[in-house]
Design a protein around this ligand. Structure first.
Ligand code: GCU
Length: 732
């Protein structure tokens, strides 16, 4: 019989790389899951503690059958781990996001000391090393001790589940042929059961294979019917394993996108990082379940589980809820010539450990891997190796990539994976909203045979900030709504986009950030980091995707309005909405998703939206002066152009980057400024070096707009002196 003993209690923790010979009494007592960056990884400054820390736990010899084995299972040790039992080094593992297992049988005594050195320090070979999220360290998922009889299913190699199920669906016959493979250390017969049918097979070279016919087959069919079967396997020794699986057919078409079970099924959804305010990435099943409930509420049918392997609990929840998943490894932002082996190991573990999940439909090779440099031959080779590995491990799913918006659309890198997607931030980091439309139209026209998706798009919003004249970079909820309303339209007009993923469903920790009034957080989420507040834009997508009737009035946090007439926006999936002020009907509008009303304000008012049985209420107040608490940039933007000494025939920050780079003197001044601008993700200037595509895009941008997007990275004093210097240069 197999026993799984949870090993999450009774650990001692200390930041050291010294392996103790006895359980140190003075160390901090911790319970798993645990991360040592729960606090400093989310407070900004990019100074969270990274290095090697030690976890120790004493345990007694487990009961074993004759010649039985004891296997330690680590569900998440970030980023690398070294396992010692009774002082013996037994394993080294280099991936912060996958499961790994260690056979400890031969070193066991009656009493044992388990020590795990976990390291999240910087290096040049284990991904991720450069990205817009906190690299939390710790044993942040669980640890188990598994005991198995002498003859047992494979556990250690690649952290495998030991069983692999490949359904092949024939939609016409409504049938599926299900192949079940198992790996075990003995040569005894294996009894496999699927859908009530039992077959006994003899393994060959450690692998057994049994085939089943299911007819009629009950398809795994998305949130409406995520039907799951179970495959189980048993040995004469009593060792038994099982896995759930789903029968579905997926197609990816260049002209009309994704199909599920033979019908068009545009994947419209969001991305998710696995961390949470105050907890870091040390989540319990409760947090995973809450995140899934929010995902179901918004009505997404897909989730991109970025940028690494997520917990089994969440892939399981996606299987159970019919949510289609883009899974990926953290090969991200910057290619490392010493990192190829690590990408292959992480991809092998991702595929082997998650192959049976029906929710997963593709394997992501990398994310924005050319953001820091060109696609070198070494980088291309790394991708070809990953692509081949995925195809060898899994002939049923395509590979994909998330390309950075600067990557030339004719780059040979794009032809390596089977399908692809782009991360675009036009209308947030740079440029205008309609550049998103143009980008995909040009791409699809130029490459009609390519399957293309929209893997990231988003705009930061701090629920504290508001404006009746929202604009790019103001971090208001209102601009986030304007942005997503436009992008929702872009997506709706382009059915060939196989998948679109809002970046991001939740705010998440990026300790290097300090913008939008919050340190250490990326605020592109539709929901705040603590999951307590759904921003207005959440309800735009709920109105577009969810069938649950509702009305939502935007702007409840923008109560003080310094205007006689204010626009009130309502998101709803109902065909018409009636708006009342203090009980009096303002108007009824028929429409779809977005309903806007002009509302006169004289004092404090109750605003109510009604549609059928749905209603929502907010309070608005007419105030004399704008509430400055709503402003992200409290300091008035220097309006030096009103001054009498402004010389229109000379350069200034109002000029475009193209014009300023054209004149050698202003170009020199600009060069100095680029160095000063922060290295924040918002600073596209920095990544423009050597990137012709991006430089072309930036040429049309005014220097002022680039400075604005860099936020506090360019202090007002510096802008003034920069402008004064440019004003000394007569225009060409
Ligand atoms: C990139 C990147 C994300 C990042 C996002 C952002 O596209 O893939 O990891 O968080 O941009 O800047 O918000």
């Amino acid at each position: 019989m197999r026993n799984i003993i949870e090993f999450n209690e009774g650990w001692r923790f200390f930041k050291t790389d010294e392996v103790p010979s006895a359980l140190p009494a003075g160390w901090e007592a911790v319970t798993l899951p645990h991360t040592w960056n729960a606090a400093d990884g989310q407070d900004g400054g990019n100074d969270y503690w990274r290095g090697t820390a030690m976890y120790c736990k004493a345990f007694d010899r487990p009961d074993l059958e004759p010649n039985g084995r004891a296997i330690l299972e680590f569900l998440g040790a970030a980023m690398t781990a070294d396992v010692y039992v009774n002082g013996r080094h037994l394993a080294h593992h280099e991936s912060g996001y996958s499961t790994f297992r260690v056979d400890v049988t031969d070193v066991l005594g009656d009493e044992n000391l388990l020590c795990v050195a976990v390291d999240n320090g910087a290096n040049d070979r284990v991904y991720p090393q450069k990205a817009d999220f906190t690299f939390y360290g710790g044993l942040y998922r669980g640890v188990n001790l598994i005991t198995v009889p002498a003859e047992h299913f494979e556990l250690v190699k690649d952290g495998t589940p030991g069983i692999k199920v490949t359904p092949s669906v024939n939609l016409k016959n409504q049938a599926a042929i299900v192949s079940v493979e198992t790996w075990q250390n003995g040569s005894g017969p294996v009894t496999v059961t699927v859908a009530g049918e039992e077959k006994t097979v003899t393994p060959k070279d450690g692998r057994a294979c049994a085939e089943f016919l299911i007819a009629p087959v009950h398809l795994w069919n998305g949130p409406d019917d995520p039907y799951l079967y179970t495959a189980s396997a048993k040995l004469a020794s009593g060792d038994e394993i099982s896995t759930r699986f789903g029968c579905r057919e997926t197609w990816f078409r260049p002209e009309n996108g994704f199909f599920l079970n033979g019908r068009p099924y545009p994947l419209r959804g969001v991305s998710r990082h696995q961390d949470r305010q105050g907890m870091g990435n040390a989540l319990t099943i409760r947090e995973h379940q809450e995140d899934m409930a929010i995902l179901r509420e918004i009505g997404a049918n897909t989730v991109r589980l970025a940028h690494y392997q997520h917990a089994q609990e969440f892939y399981d929840l996606c299987d159970e809820n019919g949510i289609i998943v883009w899974a990926e490894i953290p090969y991200i932002t910057e290619h490392m010539s010493n990192g190829r082996q690590n990408t292959l190991e992480q991809m092998r573990e991702l595929v082997v450990q998650n192959y049976n999940h029906p929710s997963i439909v593709c394997w992501g090779l990398s994310n924005e891997i050319t953001a820091s440099g060109a696609a070198t031959e070494d980088l291309m080779e790394n991708h070809r190796a990953l692509n081949d590995l995925c195809h060898r491990l899994d002939s049923t799913r395509p590979t994909t990539m998330a390309h950075v918006f600067m990557l030339e659309t004719d780059s040979p890198l794009i032809d390596i994976p089977d399908i692809g997607s782009y991360n675009l931030y036009f209308g947030w980091y740079l440029g205008g909203l309609t550049q998103n439309d143009r980008f995909f139209d040009e791409f699809h026209t130029k490459f009609p045979g390519r399957v293309i998706g929209f893997s990231e798009y988003g705009a930061d919003a701090n629920p504290q900030f508001h404006s009746s004249a929202p604009e790019r970079g103001d971090y208001t909820e209102e601009y986030q709504c304007v942005y997503h309303e436009h992008l929702l339209k872009v997506i709706g007009e382009r059915p060939y986009l196989w998948a679109t993923h809002v970046w991001n469903l939740f705010d998440f920790a990026a300790d290097g950030r300090d913008e939008g009034g919050k340190k250490g957080v990326n605020q592109k989420g539709m929901v705040t980091f603590d999951r307590k507040l759904k921003k207005d834009a959440f309800y735009l997508y709920k109105a577009a995707w969810s069938g649950e009737p509702f009305v939502h009035i935007c702007g409840r946090r923008y109560a003080d309005r310094a205007e006689n007439t204010t626009q009130v926006k309502v998101y709803s999936n109902q065909p018409s909405v009636t708006l009342r002020i203090d009980g009096r009907v303002i108007g009824t509008k028929a429409g779809k998703t977005v309903f806007t009303f002009d509302v006169p304000l004289t004092g404090e008012h109750e605003i109510e939206a009604v549609s059928g049985g749905c209603r929502d209420k907010i309070t608005l107040r007419r105030v004399a002066e704008p509430n400055r608490e709503y402003l992200f940039r409290k300091a008035e933007v220097v309006n030096w152009f009103d001054k009498e000494d402004y010389k229109p025939d000379c350069y200034s920050v109002k000029d475009t980057m193209g014009a300023l780079m054209h004149n050698p003197r202003s170009a020199a001044i600009l060069g100095k400024m680029m160095e000063r601008m922060s290295a924040s993700r918002g600073d596209v200037a920095k990544s423009a070096n050597g990137n012709a595509n991006l430089q072309r895009m930036m040429a049309g941008m005014s220097l002022e707009s680039l400075i604005k997007q860099a936020g506090d990275a360019v202090p007002a004093e510096m802008v003034k002196s920069l402008n004064a210097a440019l004003q000394q240069i007569r225009k060409d």
